[in-house]
Write a protein that binds this ligand. Structure first.
Ligand code: HPA
Ligand code: ZN
Length: 337
């Protein structure tokens, strides 16, 4: 008997390119770490502690989670727990996870890396999931801190650190401010991505592509308002790491105006990611299921998004080809199941 679409979406192998570690910390772990540190909590109920409505409130919760993660062991623990949870919920096979070193100024970057690599290795050993790391610029900390982060990343190279990202509130720090930072990063061999156009501004997506030189963009929803820019992004092979729930939060779920649906139907290269899964109470399976249902996407569309993530992963060519082959074999088996 053929799988239902929901079951298919749950069981498909998944590569995720847009996930913030501090947005993936289990609520119970956050409560435990925060209490240990004497941090105030809005609630000790795991179902209520991640409560926010606006983006500013979301970032306040996100920063509180960052405050709770203090030691290398904490980093190891939260990375391990988040990876294992998403192997269980979504058949996660590969994740490039973002973290903001400048949100944890008490821990030197090399110690942070040691903790993260420890958690990643343990998750790979126990559950086969592969994890790569994206130190991410908190754009609200300004351009000097951003340049300092790039220099720090370059001074402590690790095979598992495959590029850098940039996140937090784009209304407060436009992409063009970071032109020099991204130029240094690219010239010295780092892959680069940035959050841009999350709230619908096409010009910020254009700047991310044309000025920052990004060929991968997180969210990017503003592009749906600019047909010419969509053609240009398509010609340049830009990949968009979309998300479902976050896009609905800011753009609604009317299929006629939903940017994720518009981007997929326009043939842009789009993956569907969980972004901040525990903070939003989602995982990749629920994101794919909800997006497909609301946008009337077909299994072919979801399979295309699934493989688009593999193709846009910052892996060595041989590793990416091997992952694509194993994903394709698993997809073929699921489609005849
Ligand atoms: N957008 C911007 N910054 C973020 C996000 C996001 O979705 N998650 C964590 N930091
Ligand atoms: Zn994000």
């Amino acid at each position: 008997m053929a799988l239902t679409p929901d079951e298919l979406y749950r069981r498909l192998p998944k590569a995720e390119l847009h996930c913030h570690l501090m947005g993936a910390v289990p609520a119970a772990t956050f409560i435990e770490l925060a209490k240990r540190n004497g941090q105030p909590l809005p609630s000790e109920d795991p179902d209520k502690v991640y409560a926010f409505v606006t983006f500013d409130e979301f970032l306040e919760v996100y920063v509180a989670v960052c405050d709770s993660v203090r030691t290398a062991d904490d980093f190891s623990r939260v990375l391990y727990e988040s990876l294992v949870a998403d192997v269980d919920s979504a058949n996660l096979r590969y994740r490039e996870v973002m973290f903001n070193p400048s949100n944890h100024p008490w821990l030197p970057y090399p110690d942070m890396l040691d903790g993260l690599l420890d958690g990643a290795r343990a998750a790979q050993h126990d559950r086969g999931v592969v994890c790569r790391l994206l130190p991410s610029i908190n754009r609200q900390h300004g351009t000097s801190a951003a340049m300092e982060l790039v220099e720090t990343v370059l001074a402590h190279p690790r095979d598992e650190v495959v590029g850098i990202g940039m996140d937090h509130n784009e209304d407060l720090a436009l992409p063009e401010l970071f032109a020099e930072v991204f130029e240094v990063a690219r010239e010295r061999g780092l892959n680069v991505t940035t959050h841009a156009g999350e709230f619908g501004h096409p010009e910020r997506v254009r700047t991310a592509i044309e000025v920052l030189g990004c060929r991968r963009i997180d969210h990017g929803y503003g592009i749906a308002r600019d047909e010419e820019l969509m053609r240009r992004a398509s010609d340049l092979g830009v990949h968009f790491t979309g998300t479902w729930t976050v896009s609905v939060d800011y753009h609604g779920d009317d299929p006629a105006t939903q940017p994720v649906g518009h981007m997929i139907r326009a043939g842009l290269d789009v993956s569907i990611n969980s972004d901040d899964p525990t903070l939003y109470g989602v995982n990749m399976s629920t994101e794919w299921i909800d997006a497909a249902r609301t946008l009337s996407l077909e299994p072919d569309d979801i399979v295309r998004a699934c493989l688009a993530a593999v193709d846009a992963a910052w892996l060595d060519e041989a590793d990416r080809r091997a992952m694509r082959k194993s994903f394709q074999a698993e997809i073929d088996a699921l489609l005849v199941a």
